[in-house]
Design a protein around this ligand. Structure first.
Ligand code: ADP
Ligand code: GLC
Length: 495
């Protein structure tokens, strides 16, 4: 099989900068592709929070010129690092004006007003970097709206550049809700020509839509689960782009994310108080007691603990939890939440925590170590997302023997198998209607199973812990898409 030169660009990459699952994916997929024999480089911003010394970043000599249309030429410093435990190079684009800030996309909940220029800069810098490194990509791989402009640049400003003569582009949609919509003036910074400002390419309601341009201009694009790839073709989940996605469905793939089991496995996790595995669950009881203790809840092994980790955003179904909470608090359970985002949610759940200190505990903020301890110490993991492109926490939960309670949407539906009491099959509890009643009834079902059906619980836990979502499988899916993109662009077979 042909060895491909692949450039993966993203706005966030674990362990350097992360706000959600996008970073988990871009931090591991490159290594998995490398293991399949491909040559991969990663490009991301050098945000202010990324410490150069701590991450061992080396400066590359000479600044990189980035043509920014009406703004004129801007300059980037380039730093080189490695993805941990690998020799995959990561190139960091530094520019004080664009990336020398604390937040990735916003501060105090307010988006930066130059996000269009910031990510046009990243996208163009990634293209320019190929020239500087003399890296001749077979594939440029954009992720979400931030780097989607690369796919447009390839077809326009770089269309006749010999370095990109054999290059095809792909776009991964991690979340269709966020499309990168801006004032049309961004066209003059992108500088690809106003003829592309039309409703079949970059224009939407007289503004620019980066993701829309990426869907049109990429040679292949994918959603991060099969079910989500189907859902985004419908008006319910299409966020106004379903018609466009249907138009381009011939090049649409659904590729489920994998999980980094070196980071998310109770057998090797260094952030939990005791390790354990499916053949010896003793450590899990210690994790549960410590979690109850850490969150100031009564330490009691017989009360089921339900965990939640996630962004406080509508997507995650926090309004359903808020609505169902009163009924849930009537059950003999404890709830532990970790999240940050919407202010109303932080305030609402803090209020619940102060009213029900014996049953409900909350940490508002972003804490990776706590996320690990909640995965390990809970009996159930609640993920009632209204939509979910893939979702990673429910998959982590399976590995930790923590049974997911999920709304059957997108990747949640693809990864969790509902409990069948008569056969003992399944690894979680699903509900099919996004309502507070359905959520409550399913939590009640899970709690009843915990109390009255110990054998069933054991089956479910074992089934979940044995299940694997390896990156190797996902990387093969991406490989397939890359060859598909090359064939779509150049016609002949490439593998
Ligand atoms: P999304 O990308 O939509 O936020 P995913 O389930 O794909 O959802 O990934 C979320 C990732 O971010 C997981 O690795 C999860 O552990 C992590 N995460 C989310 N919120 C927090 C938080 N408040 N503290 C620590 N980790 C968090
Ligand atoms: C997005 C989605 C999430 C997915 C992640 C990684 O943030 O909301 O469902 O798991 O990207 O692909």
């Amino acid at each position: 099989m042909k060895r491909l030169n692949i450039l993966i660009a993203a706005s966030e990459v674990v362990p350097f900068a992360k706000s959600g699952g996008l970073a988990d994916v871009t931090g591991v997929l490159p290594k998995a592709l490398k293991a399949l024999g491909h040559n991969v480089i990663v490009v991301m911003p050098r945000y202010y929070i990324i410490d150069k010394d701590h991450n061992g970043l080396q400066s590359l000599p000479g600044a990189l010129g980035v043509p920014m249309g009406v703004i004129g030429e801007e300059w980037a410093e380039i730093y080189e690092g490695r993805l941990p435990n690998s020799d995959v190079p990561v190139y960091f684009i530094e520019n004080h004006h664009y990336f020398g800030r604390v937040g990735l996309y916003n501060e105090n909940g307010i988006d930066f007003n130059d996000n269009d220029s910031r990510f046009i800069f990243l996208s163009k810098a990634a293209m320019q970097l190929c020239k500087k490194l003399d890296f001749k990509p077979d594939i440029i791989h954009a992720n979400d709206w931030h780097t989607a402009p690369m796919t447009i640049l390839l077809n326009t400003l770089y269309a006749h550049d010999p370095l990109f003569a054999d290059t095809a582009s792909v776009l991964t949609i991690h979340n269709l809700q966020h499309q990168g919509k801006f004032f049309k003036g961004a066209m003059d910074v992108l500088d690809v020509g106003w003829e592309h400002f039309n409703q079949y390419e970059l224009e939407e309601f007289d503004g620019v839509n980066f993701l829309k341009g990426g869907i049109v201009h990429s040679n292949a694009f994918n959603a991060v689960s099969r079910k989500y790839a189907e859902e985004i073709k419908t008006t319910e989940f299409g966020w106004g782009l379903d018609w466009l996605i249907r138009d381009h469905e011939a090049k649409l793939y659904g590729i489920l994310n994998g999980v980094d089991y070196e980071e998310w496995s109770p057998a090797v996790d260094t952030m939990i108080p005791a390790t354990y595995d499916s053949d010896n669950l003793g450590g899990k009881a210690i994790c549960k007691a410590e979690l109850q203790n850490e969150f100031g809840l009564p330490v009691n092994e017989n009360i089921p603990v339900i965990g939640f980790v996630g962004r406080f955003a509508d997507q995650k179904g926090i309004s359903l939890i808020a609505e169902a909470i009163w009924n849930m608090l009537g059950l003999d359970i404890q709830i532990v939440m970790l999240g940050t985002g919407e202010r109303w949610a932080a305030e609402f759940f803090s209020d619940i925590a102060s009213k029900f200190p014996e049953k409900f505990a909350l940490y508002v903020g972003y804490r990776n170590d706590l996320a690990h301890r909640i995965e390990a110490g809970s009996d159930f993991f609640l993920m009632p997302s209204l939509f979910e492109p893939c979702g990673l926490n429910q998959i982590y939960s399976l590995r930790y023997g923590t049974l997911p309670i999920v709304h059957a949407t997108g990747g949640l539906d693809d990864t969790i198998e509902n409990y069948e009491p008569y056969t003992g099959r399944g690894d979680g509890f699903k509900f099919y209607e996004a309502s507070a009643d359905a959520l409550y009834n399913t939590v009640k079902w899970a709690v009843d199973t915990y109390v009255y059906d110990k054998g069933g619980m054991e089956h479910l836990i074992r089934n979940g812990m044995m299940k694997r979502f390896d990156w190797e499988v996902a990387a093969k899916g991406y490989e397939e898409m890359y060859f598909g993109a090359l064939e779509a662009r150049f016609g002949h077979r490439h593998r």
